[in-house]
Design a protein around this ligand. Structure first.
Ligand SMILES: [Zn+2]
Length: 47
C-alpha cells in the first residue's frame, strides 16, 4: 500500500500496490495512479 493525497479534498488515502485507477474514499473523485517506484504511488491526473 502507498499513501497519496487527494487533490480535491486534500485527505490522504491508501492505494493498493499496482492500482492504476482509484477513487478517493472521501469525495469519490477518480484518479489515475502512477508508480514512479514499485512502492510509491503518485496521483497522475483525473481518471
Ligand atoms: Zn477526495
Amino acid at each position: 500500500m502507498s499513501e497519496v493525497r487527494c487533490l480535491n479534498c486534500l485527505k490522504r488515502f491508501l492505494v493498493p500496490l499496482k492500482t492504476e485507477v482509484m477513487a478517493c474514499p472521501y469525495c469519490k473523485t477518480k484518479y489515475r495512479i502512477s508508480w514512479p517506484t514499485p512502492n510509491q504511488a503518485k496521483v497522475r491526473g483525473l481518471a
